[in-house]
Design a protein around this ligand. Structure first.
Ligand SMILES: Cc1ncc(C[n+]2csc(CCOP(=O)(O)OP(=O)(O)O)c2C)c(N)n1
Ligand code: SF4
Ligand code: SF4
Ligand code: SF4
Length: 873
């Protein structure tokens, strides 16, 4: 992916007058200074997606192209990962017009903003002899920085006589309060080293750009950036060039142990050598092997969580919330520890179901993004050190080697038997292997925990139709694939369709799968129960296969066993036909072959239609509505970030009133569309509104219920996002605030309840207890309106309060209704007229003499149905 930006100053045009308006004085000074320092400068910057490198370079272009008489051009090359991949900024400045866009292959300045890249590829390839190199080093000592450089890089530095400077930019950024945002620090170093402008003028221009860029985000952010600029140059040092080490490792993107396709094709793409891969090396039908993100080992985290087994209460929350499937738990027999590495941590399992077993929480250090969501949600406090929890963030680099070994050991420990897990308990359920891991979503993304959860529960028999959006990008952007498979080779089948037809696309999956299982059933019957002559398939096997309800993991495991047995019988039967050479009855051989190829469709498949709110509420809504109305057994997961996140945060119909978004710069004037309520009017659609950060067990329960419902299901999942202007480490806390303030409701609408004479709507949120104002203004998307248009903000806040209150009252009313009181209402097409939310199953049950009773579903907790009584503040 390439993007260009070109700016020109006054070169080639009449010189600016020095007698311009006062506002122009600064520009004029810069113009003269720029002319004095004028040179043709082609620098290249290697950054990490989302570390701000591209943004900072755009600012540099504006400074140089706008405020000096240089021409300037920026050309940015990056892949489609949401964050955490290599971004390359090709910048050109000079006195002559730049008439074309092209990449720089001979640079006199090369900046490497991530130390990791030095081990991965030859980023000094384009450096001219005598060029300047700027490194972001994790080491404070100049000598150590030289010693730690890979041998290949040292050699190039010596051969090309490069001048190397370095700074521990992460340290400087952290000390300025900017966490991992190193862009301002590295930009200051660039101006200081490149001499494109005199230092003083450059620093003044950077500060001016900071005020312009971050002014809207608040004074704190501006001050942090200015603090970072001020402390940068004191930390910049020259690296002494020594003798290169005698030997070193070659550049590696993927380990040698990876499968050949990963080494030869995907590895090449990762090493930025995709242009050298022949077309013939790519899969002819467009299918790609799954489970390849694990080979990337991006090492993007500065800090990773470190587990303290003595403090851990073994709740599994950290595992559930991790957006990247990096932190995992296992229970296993102590005998498995015989070959454990000395640093591998474990403790006795606390759960009575595993009383004689060992328990471990393990982190994939090299895949961690350092988002710290897991630490934030950990409920266990270290009594001896109250500031600590059962997991705490610590620097990654010193732990990398040991945790790599520990992770490899952890992976080869057996996974617990899925059929013995209590799936209503987070600590049990989170032992299920995730079949979606290490995606390129932003660090701390609020969408991915939902996808990961779905793959843990159903991934081994799941088909996913993915609407275009963040989920299609982090779900399937080459070169690697985060969807993966278990040891038996089973994992989600995934495909992305258009933004506007994804629901229909997923419905097609259902229709196709159903057709194939019907064919398999017909063939099985015709080859056993209906066959005139002797069948080689035992009748009891056929009966078992046909009668299994496949209602839980144990049933499904049993069905899989029977399918394997069926395939074996079919193979034996075919062998008999082949060996005796007898002419088989018409079509028998074909029917056997067909059944063998369709036998897997005797196992229940789980079809998921997945996307964001832009898809579900707006552009794909017509199709979604059509699919919900079809009555077919599909599960729709809407990850509601309340904006079009993938394209930079445009307003959708899910955007709440008063939030600032693109196309709603003055705060959205209209309320959020109630997609769930619209779906409930069908009466036969399972609908749930969830927020994992607010009630994780509720989310889990909704997923289980939705999938088990033999009809359309819709889960609307609140997903925090970088577009909200929040500290992403606190994303789950933001979700909680949204629920506790009444801005987001938790509920489930289960049409099966009506069959038991119950109200199908269960309002699972508690009475809102938090101030809506405080919850909203904890997010920059709301707060920024307060700064830019305080009067409008006040008005919209009041309207938002009214929205929340009205919606709360309506849901409270609907959830409190007693279906038994409503049997006299007229019915139309199976639903009570005027009360579309109560299917007349309740009326039917009443008419049949069943008493309306409150029957708790399996695994219910006392918290599951709140009795909301108060009105939100
Ligand atoms: C018909 C069409 N319009 C626009 C786009 C560009 N586009 C791709 S993803 C996206 C935003 C998706 O937003 P949303 O559905 O909310 O998902 P999110 O990115 O928030 O997960 C847009 C506008 C497109 N692919 N197709
Ligand atoms: S820091 Fe983030 S990515 Fe790393 S384990 Fe914790 S939640 Fe997962
Ligand atoms: S969240 Fe904390 S207490 Fe719970 S399993 Fe993870 S580390 Fe242990
Ligand atoms: S949903 Fe938001 S946080 Fe997640 S990947 Fe998209 S932009 Fe990033």
């Amino acid at each position: 992916m390439r993007a260009g930006l070109q700016r020109a100053g006054c070169g080639g045009r009449p010189p600016p007058s020095d007698h311009g308006a006062p506002a122009d004085h600064q520009r004029c000074r810069l113009r003269r200074a720029g002319a004095a320092h004028r040179r043709h400068l082609p620098p290249i910057f290697y950054g990490l997606g989302s570390d701000g490198t591209v943004g900072a370079n755009k600012n540099s272009i504006k400074i140089i192209g706008g405020d000096t008489d240089n021409y300037a051009q920026g050309y940015f090359v990056y892949d489609s990962k949401k964050s955490g991949s290599v971004t390359v900024s090709h910048l050109r400045f000079g006195p002559n017009p730049i008439r074309s866009t092209y990449l720089i292959d001979s640079a006199n300045f090369v900046a490497c903003h991530q130390w990791e890249f030095l081990q991965k590829f030859d980023l000094l390839d384009a450096a001219q002899t005598g060029a300047t190199v700027l490194l972001n080093t994790p080491f404070d000592d100049p000598q150590e920085t030289w010693m730690r450089l890979p041998q290949a890089i040292q050699q190039v530095i010596v051969d090309k006589q490069l001048k190397v400077s370095a700074i521990n930019a992460y340290k400087v950024a952290r000390e300025a309060g900017m966490r991992n945002r190193i862009n301002t620090v590295m930009q200051t170093c660039f101006f200081a080293l490149s001499g494109v402008l005199p230092r003083e003028a450059a620093i003044a221009a950077i500060k001016q750009a900071i005020r312009k860029t971050y002014g809207k985000k608040g004074e704190d952010i501006v001050n942090m950036n200015i603090k970072a600029v001020d402390s940068t140059l004191g930390n910049l040092f020259e690296v002494p060039i020594g003798t290169p080490a005698a030997e070193g490792m070659p550049y590696t993107w993927v380990p040698d142990t990876a499968p050949p396709f990963v080494c030869d094709v995907l590895g090449q793409l990762m090493a930025r050598k995709g242009d050298e891969v022949p077309v013939s090396a790519l899969p002819v039908d467009g299918t790609y092997p799954s489970g390849t993100s694990k080979y990337e080992k991006r090492n993007v985290a500065q800090e990773i969580p470190v587990w303290d087994p003595n403090v851990c209460v073994q709740c599994g929350k950290c595992v559930m919330m991790c957006p990247h499937a990096v932190i995992r738990s296992k229970v296993y027999d102590s005998g498995a520890l015989e070959s454990a590495p000395s640093t591998f941590k474990h403790t006795r399992a606390k759960d009575r179901a595993w009383s004689d077993q060992q328990f471990t929480i393990q982190v994939a250090a090299e895949d961690c993004t350092g988002c710290a969501l897991c630490v934030e949600v950990c409920p266990a406090k270290n009594k001896a050190e109250p500031s600590k929890k059962a997991i705490n963030m610590e620097p990654q680099l010193p732990l990398r080697e040991q945790e790599r070994t520990n992770w490899d050991f952890f992976l080869q420990l057996p996974n617990p038997d899925r059929t013995h897990l209590n799936l209503h308990k987070i600590s049990h359920q989170q032992m299920q292997e995730p079949l979606f891991e290490f995606s390129g979503a932003c660090a701390g993304c609020g969408e991915t925990p939902y996808i990961k959860l779905a793959t843990q529960l159903f991934g081994d028999r799941m088909l996913i139709a993915n609407a275009t959006g963040c989920s299609s990008i982090y779900g399937g952007n080459l070169p690697t694939t985060p969807y993966t498979h278990n040891a038996a080779g089973r994992g989600p089948a995934w495909s992305n369709s258009l933004f506007e037809d994804n629901a229909e696309f997923g419905l097609g999956f259902r229709v196709s799968v159903d057709k194939q299982s019907i064919q398999a059933i017909e063939l099985l019957k015709s080859l056993t129960l209906d066959l005139d002559e002797d069948s080689h398939i035992p009748q009891d096997l056929a009966v078992s296969l046909l009668n299994n309800a496949q209602a839980n993991e144990a049933d499904i495991a049993e069905q899989r066993g029977w399918v394997e047995s069926l395939k074996q019988h079919l193979e034996n039967w075919l062998a008999v036909l082949n060996s005796n050479g007898a002419v088989s009855p018409t079509g028998l051989r074909n029917r056997l072959v067909n059944l063998k190829s369709l036998a897997d469709y005797l196992v229940r498949k789980s079809v998921w239609i997945v996307g964001g709110d832009g898809w579900a509420y707006d552009i794909g809504y017509g199709g979604l509505d059509h699919v919900l109305a079809s009555g077919r057994n599909v599960n729709v997961l809407v990850m509601d970030t309340e904006v079009y996140s993938n394209t930079g945060g445009q307003m959708s119909k899910a955007t709440p009133r008063a939030a600032v978004a693109k196309f709603a710069a003055g705060g959205k004037p209209a309320p959020k569309k109630d997609l769930g309520l619209m779906a409930m009017t069908y009466g036969n659609v399972y609908v749930a509104s969830v927020a994992m950060g607010a009630r994780d067990e509720h989310t889990l329960r909704a997923f289980l219920e939705a999938e088990s419902y033999d009809g359309p299901s819709l889960i609307i999942a609140y997903s925090h996002c970088i577009a909200h202007g929040i500290n992403m480490a606190k994303g789950m806390e933001q979700q909680k605030m949204a629920v506790e303030s009444g801005r987001w409701l938790l509920y489930r609408y289960d049409p099966r309840k009506a069959e038991q004479c119950e109200n199908p709507l269960m309002l699972d949120s508690r009475t809102p207890k938090r101030s809506l104002e405080a919850a909203m203004y904890s997010e920059n998307r709301f707060k920024m309106l307060l700064r830019s248009k305080p009067e409008d903000a006040k008005k919209l806040l009041q309207q938002a309060r009214e929205d929340v209150s009205a919606r709360w009252h309506m849901y409270q009313y609907l959830a409190a209704r007693n279906p038994a009181d409503e049997t006299s209402l007229p019915t139309h097409q199976g639903y009570q007229v005027g009360h579309g939310l109560v299917p007349n199953g309740a009326a039917k049950a009443q008419a049949e003499g069943k008493r309306p009773t409150a029957v708790p579903t399996e695994g219910a907790t006392s918290e599951d149905s709140a009795s909301p009584t108060k009105t939100p503040a």
